[in-house]
Write a protein that binds this ligand. Structure first.
Ligand SMILES: *Cc1c(COP(=O)(O)O)cnc(C)c1O
Length: 412
């Protein structure tokens, strides 16, 4: 990447960016929440738009000189609405967690009851973890997954009836099955709760038509833009028209100051890309690649929470191997595979150690990896874990992962 000016001004930062590019090019990225955004998106994010203050909404700003950013933000809003089939979009949230925070702020008073998915069962921090604002200021009850790694909808219904939440949250950071939004809405209606679908992880799959959409079921939809959707780091909130003004007020002035118009421009570009035919093909390939990886791991004698995945990710279950998620994620890094340790349901280990590793296929699919490459990755992972003490084996596996990276160049 061309860092001509940066190199002159600050060679230290430029060098680390060079090294990071090299790391991304030469390792296999299986962190399920990461992806490689396009150069077009990065150009928008690195543009002069970073100079502009634009507090407020398009055409209703508190600053002058917003004519161009108004048009860009409007494009992002219109593209988000069309792509996800929702009435209203606010593209200003700086992140997914802040998108959720704004929905809480609009709908709830401190102490109100929320029903969300438990973090250790695959939910997100911002769905009511005791260390997050959501768990500190609100009365949070949670549901989890059964032994098959699936949401037990009868259990969600029973908990909703018992706790009478004002808001039910569905959507997860580590859940490998299709989410039944219709069922969640029926449960919410039964107890008079609102439904928030947080599609941070699966937004690209929804956009590409390989996961059902929450539109028509959830009154509120939040997402990140940088996971399967493959845009810049950020968040979006979508909702029914009747909640539009309230949500906008919760984002600004409720929670945030000036919007990041350079990032909003990147979101607009990513949303355009995600509405193309080739993105549909990409989304289909993500799921085929995830399934090929899961099958390869099963064929190599590994266990996966819930068995075969239905989306872009899965959790390797290391219980019974005598090894931990923490140690094995480090071993995978030694063989050139980046992934994160993760709890499995009812994990006997602490969240800092864990018995699982979460694996996702979105980033490698962007590089052009196909099913046969995923089988090879499964072989590398299984053998690295089995031979985690054997340096010679690990070295030969590292050579294999590097060859895969060279077969599918990134940002060349
Ligand atoms: C990643 C994620 C978020 C938070 O996104 P950030 O941009 O990291 O704040 C929120 N919800 C879910 C389900 C996620 O997976």
């Amino acid at each position: 990447m061309d860092l001509e000016n940066l190199r002159k001004t600050d060679s230290a930062v430029a060098n680390y960016i060079d090294l990071e590019l090299k790391r991304q090019q030469t390792t296999i990225e299986l962190i399920a929440s990461e992806n490689f955004t396009s150069k077009a998106v990065m150009e928008a994010c690195g543009s002069v738009l970073t100079n502009k203050y634009a507090e407020g909404k398009p055409y209703k700003r508190f600053y002058n000189g917003c004519g161009n950013v108004d048009k860009i933000e409007e494009l992002a809003q219109e593209r988000a609405k069309k792509l996800f089939g929702m009435n209203h979009a606010n593209v200003q949230p700086h992140s997914g967690a802040q998108a959720n925070m704004a929905v809480f702020m609009y709908l709830l008073k401190p102490g109100d009851t929320v029903l969300g998915m438990d973090l250790s069962n695959g939910g997100h921090l911002s769905h009511g973890s005791p260390v997050n604002f959501s768990g500190i200021y609100f009365n949070v009850k949670s549901y989890g997954v059964n032994d098959n790694g699936e949401i037990d909808y009868e259990d969600v219904l029973a908990k909703a009836k018992e706790y009478q939440p004002k808001l039910i949250i569905c959507g997860a950071s580590n859940y490998s099955k299709i989410i039944d939004f219709k069922r969640f809405r029926e449960i919410a209606d039964e107890v008079g709760a609102y439904l928030l679908a947080d599609i941070a992880h699966i937004a690209g799959l929804v956009a590409g038509g390989v996961h059902p959409s929450p539109a028509g079921y959830a009154q509120f939809v939040t997402t990140t833009t940088h996971k399967t959707l493959r845009g810049p780091r950020g968040g979006i909130i979508m909702c029914d028209a009747e909640h539009a003004a309230g949500i906008d007020k919760a984002v600004f002035p409720g929670m945030q100051g000036g919007p990041l118009e350079h990032i909003i421009a990147g979101k607009a570009v990513a949303l355009l890309e995600a509405s193309s035919e080739s993105f549909k093909e990409y989304a289909r390939q993500i799921v085929m690649n995830a399934k090929a990886l899961a099958q390869g791991l099963l064929d190599n004698g590994m266990n996966i929470v819930g068995g075969m995945t239905e989306n872009h990710l899965m959790t390797l279950d290391l219980r019974g191997t005598g090894k931990t998620g923490k140690d094995m994620a480090n071993v995978l890094e030694m063989v050139g595979i980046t992934a994160n340790k993760n709890t499995v349901p009812n994990d006997p280990q602490s969240p800092f150690v864990t018995s699982g590793i979460r694996l996702g296929a979105a980033a490698v699919t962007t590089r052009g990896f196909k099913e046969e490459d995923m089988k090879e990755i499964a072989f590398i992972i299984a053998n690295a874990i089995k031979n985690s003490e054997d340096e010679a084996v690990l070295k030969s596996l590292r050579a294999k992962s590097l060859a895969l990276c060279e077969k599918h160049p990134l940002y060349d």
